[in-house]
Design a protein around this ligand. Structure first.
Ligand code: SF4
Length: 669
């Protein structure tokens, strides 16, 4: 019997299963009002079978909110909130809002006023210095939490969650890094807990003894000098005493140097934080962060590490995960790959969130699902990359008969290159998912087939196909740099595809995403493997310093040379910082504003700030971009009436844009 899909309670709240959709900033409420977009987004997640949805954050006031956030600071929002609650209830799930106050993480450009915090410590996230809260202002903010909770109750929500993690206001009071007060809110841990506990007490008094209250806590701040799981356990015990009904355990602040949500975070890596809290309290504990499969969720529950499992991005990627898992169809679950390209990166850009793998996410109200075709056609898709397979998936769902021809022996196209660097293998899961659902839907995929114009014309003339879709992707380009010494030159794509490079002194020309990924791939290749690391650690065979050295240093010298300003500029902001940190860890030298003039037998001659230098190398790798691979399309153009070009074959683009383009093309034809 699955624990994940067994009923459970949070206080008085009866839930049909133990899967919780944890809050995620969406940006779907531009004026603070609940929108149809927000309602349909959550309705489809509720319909998919999740037990509890936590909406948020929801602003309790104006001074601590963020762009596009649903608001709870005025009664005028109640009718919209009630519609949201009703929609989720109609589908059988429960719903609570997260009460949000960002403190020093609020930006004056959005709120129109300086942010507030326990102490005037500058925020690395906003670059601003908050104003220190007076006692009077603290009381006002507590009153705002109370009013927001009462509005939630009035709108029919099944409880509330209070946000006390991630470096937001309550977290700022808890941490000695951001709370340097000398009044009763500052000092030792007990004093620093005062504000959070006063918020909980005030909300509890306002909503009554039976109304469920969840608090989201950091199981570890992952900030040097701030709280670890030990201090967090003490806070959670105090919260339990104060009448909190469940604890939602995450980790880290927005400023933490330890990645929380990027692809290189191993799935379930932070479940130990929830486990630490669970052993200190007797109320239910929710584990979250990169728990992205029902199997992993079940294991965490079975191992007694948590009572509930939180998923956010995974349910954005596939709202039907619960139903599919309950029906034993886990292989058809669309995986969240932790890329952040559509979700977190859009938050940083102050745009409503989207999802790389799910073009419908956040557009449920606008799209209203796929419409079956009234005239099924026989389609031939050339290329089983992300765009080709997404086109095939959507077309076959709509009732077309689809065949895919792929030149290589595996699905995914460039996804397999993207998956090569350390911590990026989730890209492979997307190719596998697309192949699996296509095959289940009756798409015929043939690998290892060379699609020539003659072969396609022959099939068209025989009437095998009505329409041909060219999804042949792109290919790398080479810069016109003279190679005067027969230096060994490789393409980054070939290196990532597994072409061996024996080079010891490598120069990568091009510092965009592909250049950075290639450098990390090569740098990691000769370092300590995880099995040996585990062995050495358990045996205390080496010092921490030596192990770190063995993990990060190979016997290779790698240099990236980039002509423009900045390295990895085309990597999304939520991931770029951690990849640049990895470059440093692995000792990769990255020089921007450096132009390669010539390649010689001994290295490359590069110019920076008007000065030319020979940089020694035994191997040069090009990572300077790509071009559309559209020769097949051009050869067939004018010969086939129904011919279409999609994805990178039109223009090289990001995986998100390729998949969304394929979805758009297939949903209307
Ligand atoms: Fe997951 Fe990427 Fe989709 Fe975000 S954009 S939900 S990280 S797959």
């Amino acid at each position: 019997m699955s624990l994940l899909f067994s009923p459970a309670r949070i206080g008085t709240l009866q839930l049909s299963n133990r899967l919780v959709m944890t809050p995620m900033h969406l940006g779907y409420s531009p004026d603070g009002e609940v929108t149809e977009r927000l309602i349909e987004y959550y309705r489809s997640r509720a319909r998919g079978g999740v037990g509890l949805i936590i909406v948020g954050g929801c602003g309790i006031d104006k001074i601590g909110n963020a762009f596009g956030m649903t608001q709870l600071d005025d009664d005028r929002y109640i009718p919209g909130l009630r519609q949201l609650v009703d929609a989720v209830h109609e589908e059988g799930a429960k719903i609570v809002p997260q009460l949000y106050q960002a403190g020093r993480y609020a930006h004056s450009a959005h709120t129109g006023q300086p942010s507030v915090a326990p102490s005037p410590i500058p925020s690395r996230l906003t670059g601003q210095v908050p104003q220190e809260l007076s006692q009077e202002k603290i009381s006002e903010i507590i009153a705002s939490y109370v009013s927001a909770a009462k509005r939630a109750q009035k709108a029919g929500f099944d409880g509330v969650e209070i946000l006390a993690s991630a470096g937001y206001l309550i977290s700022q009071f808890l941490s000695p890094l951001t709370n340097q007060r000398t009044d009763r809110y500052g000092g030792d841990l007990q004093a620093r807990m005062t504000f959070g506990l006063e918020v909980v007490d005030a909300v509890r008094s306002a909503v009554g003894p039976d109304y469920p209250i969840i608090v989201r806590v950091a199981g570890n701040d992952f900030m040097p000098g701030s709280h670890t799981n030990t201090e967090s356990r003490a806070f959670c015990q105090a919260l339990e005493k104060a009448g909190v009904n469940a604890l939602n355990v995450t980790g880290g602040w927005h400023e933490t140097p330890v990645p929380q949500l990027t692809m290189n975070v191993p799935p379930g890596a932070f479940a130990y934080l929830a486990s630490g809290i669970k052993h200190a309290v007797s109320i239910p504990v929710i584990a979250c962060n990169r728990i992205n499969t029902p199997e992993l969720a079940e294991r965490i529950l079975q191992e007694g590490k948590a009572d509930f499992i939180g998923m956010a991005r995974q349910l954005m990627a596939d709202p039907d995960l619960p139903k599919k898992a309950m029906q034993g169809r886990t292989e058809t679950i669309r995986p969240c790959i932790g890329c952040n390209q559509g979700c977190l990166d859009n938050v940083f850009r102050l745009k409503p969130v989207a999802c790389l793998v799910n073009a419908e996410a956040g557009r449920e109200a606008e799209l209203g699902g796929l419409i079956p075709t009234s005239s099924p056609q026989k389609l031939l898709v050339i290329g089983a990359g992300a765009a080709g397979l997404e086109y095939a998936r959507v077309s076959s769902l709509r009732g077309h008969h689809v065949t895919v021809w792929e030149e290589t022996r595996e699905p995914g196209g460039q996804l397999s290159l993207a998956a090569a660097p350390p911590g990026r293998k989730d890209f492979l899961y997307l190719g596998k998912y697309l192949e699996t659902v296509c095959l289940q839907q009756g798409v015929r995929i043939t690998y290892d087939v060379k699609a020539t114009p003659e072969k396609i014309m022959e099939e068209i003339n025989k009437g095998t196909f009505d329409k041909v879709i060219i999804a042949t992707g792109s290919c790398p380009i080479s810069p016109s740099i003279p190679n005067r010494g027969n230096m060994k030159i490789l393409q980054a794509w070939d290196v990532l595809a597994g072409v061996e490079t024996s080079g010891q002194n490598i120069i990568i020309v091009g510092g965009g995403a592909v250049g950075v990924e290639t450098a990390l791939y090569l740098a990691e290749a000769r370092t300590l493997d995880s099995e040996t690391l585990r062995f050495l650690m358990l045996q205390h065979a080496e010092s921490d310093k030596e192990l770190y050295h063995l993990l990060t240093q190979s016997n290779r010298k790698i240099t990236i040379l980039e002509m423009a300003k900045g390295i990895g500029r085309d990597i999304g902001p939520s991931t770029r910082w951690s990849m640049l940190a990895d470059l440093k860890r692995y000792g990769v030298k990255a020089l921007d504003q450096t132009k390669v003039l010539e390649i010689t037998a001994d290295g490359v001659i590069a110019e920076s700030a008007g000065i030319q230098n020979l940089i020694p190398a035994d191997t040069v790798i090009f990572a300077v971009g790509s071009r559309s691979q559209n020769e097949l399309y051009l050869a067939l153009k004018g010969k086939i009436e129904n011919l279409k070009l999609i994805g990178d074959a039109v223009n090289p683009r990001k995986a998100l844009d390729a998949i969304h383009n394929a979805y758009e093309e297939a949903r209307t034809e």
